[in-house]
Design a protein around this ligand. Sequence first.
Ligand SMILES: Nc1nc2c(c(=O)[nH]1)N[C@H]1C(S)=C(S)[C@@H](COP(=O)(O)OP(=O)(O)OC[C@H]3O[C@@H](n4cnc5c(=O)[nH]c(N)nc54)[C@H](O)[C@@H]3O)O[C@H]1N2
Ligand SMILES: Nc1nc2c(c(=O)[nH]1)N[C@H]1C(S)=C(S)[C@@H](COP(=O)(O)OP(=O)(O)OC[C@H]3O[C@@H](n4cnc5c(=O)[nH]c(N)nc54)[C@H](O)[C@@H]3O)O[C@H]1N2
Ligand code: SF4
Ligand SMILES: [Mo]
Length: 744
Amino acid sequence: MANRRDFIKISALTTGGLMLAGLSSRNAAVFGQNITYKLPADLKRTPTYCEVCFWKCAGWVYKNESGEIQKIIGNDDDPACNGRLCPRGTGGIGMYYDEDRLKEPLLRVTDSAGKQTFKPVSWEEAFDFIAQKMQKIKAEHGPECTALLTHGSGGDYFGRLLKAYGSNNIAAPSYAQCRGPREVAFIATFGEGLDSPENTDIRDTRCLVLIGSHLGENMHNGQVQEMSDAIDRGATIITVDPRFSTVASKSKFWLPIKPSTDLALLLTWINVLIENGWYDKDYVEKYTYGFEQLKAEVKKYSPEWAFGITTIAPEQIRATAREMYNASPAVIIHPGRHVTWYGDDTQRLRAVAILNALLGSWGRRGGFYRNEKKTVNHHPMPPFPKPTRTWRDAMGDKFQLADLALANGVCDATIPSVTLDCHIRAWIVNGTNLLNTLPDQKKTIEAIHNLDLMVVVDTMPMEITGYADVVLPECTYLERYDSIRSLQGREGSIALRMPAVEPKYNTRSAWWMAKQLAQKLDLKDYFPFDSQEEELDWEFKQLGTSLEEMQRIGLRRYKREFDDLYYAPGETVEFMTNSGKIELYSTAFADQGFDPVPRYTKHEEPAPGFYRLIYGRAPMHTFSRTANNPNLVDLMDENTCWINPKVAKEWGIQNDQYIWLENQDGIVSEFPIKARITERIRFDSIYMVHGFGHSNKKLSRTYGRGISDSQLITRVHVDPIMGGTGMRGNFVTFRFDQAKKQEL
Ligand SMILES: Nc1nc2c(c(=O)[nH]1)N[C@H]1C(S)=C(S)[C@@H](COP(=O)(O)OP(=O)(O)OC[C@H]3O[C@@H](n4cnc5c(=O)[nH]c(N)nc54)[C@H](O)[C@@H]3O)O[C@H]1N2
Ligand SMILES: Nc1nc2c(c(=O)[nH]1)N[C@H]1C(S)=C(S)[C@@H](COP(=O)(O)OP(=O)(O)OC[C@H]3O[C@@H](n4cnc5c(=O)[nH]c(N)nc54)[C@H](O)[C@@H]3O)O[C@H]1N2
Ligand code: SF4
Ligand SMILES: [Mo]
């Protein structure tokens, strides 16, 4: 291993307090620019869009008379939130007030005793160090040996920097650890993906089918609001989930499926619809390709067959299929969002897409509407150099249907291999806690040890910052401008995020950091404006408004410009697939040697005494980014392990007892987790909320609270079609003695 990095718990942080004032004035002089914002004094409230999750609700920040942030409320005009933020968005203030925040740039140094620590440094020292390393990597190995791993708004600016430098290795975990398989499946079927927010017309639906989508715990705001309105209107909800989720309790049908068998249910539903003629014949005839092949292929999937696999009774399968048909085309088989479960996820999502196509819901009211979005134009800049290599070169001919970069692919391409003459040598990590986000932590750490440079841009001392060479502290979303939020939807809308207050401590925005680095790397033409205000103003002017106007209104909506929201009766539609039709039989998959019509394959079962580890969301937290947020910790301060009473009895586990979990590879959870004994989970699985079990002691409110599902996800089921990391093929058992073991 080239550069073994010890995990550093940011122990040097406190020493920086005294140096701050001196450092920031020196920075200002060195960089020759004013880093304070020109905030209009007369604004009673300042606009923002939320960064607590990626639904990006627009809101207003209010301050008290002393200029302290007091509350954030939703922007009434915003189609993403309709004036109402979710609990996390309201609690976003806690991100600003969290005293555990990163406070100054840090550099990894090794002392005379060989101990690695972080030393507080000036911004200029940090940038000099990074630029020098990046120039060396570029000269010796080519710029393609640098990658950006990013989640969140600053990624736009670091992405521009990286492309200017000559690399296109830009990956976000929201693809191969989240919605990637769904995008590939819908592109193969309808010629377009869903992206965010999804174009589900829940507002007008008559039947919503949720397959592991736990809306209501998954708090994607506008979608949850539309669903609760739909429930009030009497729409049917069908929930397929091994756990009695919040939305299962509002559903007409709850199908407590055996986990990992959803594809069997979906293919059987397809068969039942076709066999009974419960599908939209005109729509299928006019718009689709491959119906006969589909029909022949799914013939074998009877409800009786599916019962043996899914444990869902045949009459339930028929009744729910009928229910969907009765509502069609105002029916949505929801594509879900985090869909990287078992490795055959693209095919499962293909089955979801096919069901929607048979019921004629795509392009129909109450099904899926047609999206619109405003394009944000950037100021002209020199063309980006064309990279000669990417992470894909490490993949051979695999995953060609992936339409975005894979974060796990970047990880793979960082580990030297005999087939690859150049591995990735530098990572810029922005806003993603990779140790908790990618499965197989051992591999992530191995990749990190092979880097010559790892820069982490974050707001908090997380697991990932502990492995950095350089830590760049970003100010929170309440203290900065950011790129323009342009959201797709029934109509396009744009929103401004501006600082409500000056950045606390010695923190800066991503734009500022990227611009300074660009200067050091001789790439300043890619950041042509002296201030972010000027750049935003230029961009807003292309959209028919200005920064000054947006500071007052926060959000602007645009009338639809192109197509109608839904297909007109008999409208001719050209789909962006090879056949120009909705492909029930995927020609693109056939070309690549994958099943053109999905087929059921069996998954491994837990050994006796083991239970499948499944996970999800809680309404008051977002992954690990909120785990230490004072306001949200007040609402929920640890995750619990849901265990069926039958199982608890067998093991003698009491409610609220702390236990350890051990997975099938012998990995034991670092911390104990509280047992929650409940009928709401099947006997073959245990459930927990993702985002807890933090090992960085500097996270004073969350350190050691609950456990990390990621730590136990060592078996990864990679999707052969697009490379997504299936994370639900891990089994765990209970342990009661870990406390003693840790004391030794
Ligand atoms: N085991 C398991 N793994 C999962 C999931 C799961 O449910 N279970 N979910 C998957 C899904 S769906 C997704 S989308 C991904 C999410 O993956 P991530 O986005 O990586 O999730 P977080 O754990 O919230 O890490 C976010 C990091 O950004 C930092 N941060 C917060 N605000 C800012 C900011 O303003 N600027 C900067 N620079 N940093 C900031 C936080 O401190 C934190 O370190 O994880 C995936 N991985
Ligand atoms: N509050 C909150 N809301 C969020 C987020 C957050 O962090 N916090 N993150 C956002 C993001 S990035 C995403 S991607 C979404 C993710 O949210 P979703 O896409 O809605 O859900 P998943 O995380 O895939 O699935 C969780 C549900 O799947 C069930 N499940 C587990 N295994 C199986 C199975 O084999 N079959 C079936 N049918 N169900 C199964 C679990 O019991 C659980 O109820 O949430 C978004 N909304
Ligand atoms: S859904 Fe909640 S956390 Fe996500 S952007 Fe909206 S208010 Fe923020
Ligand atoms: Mo996600």
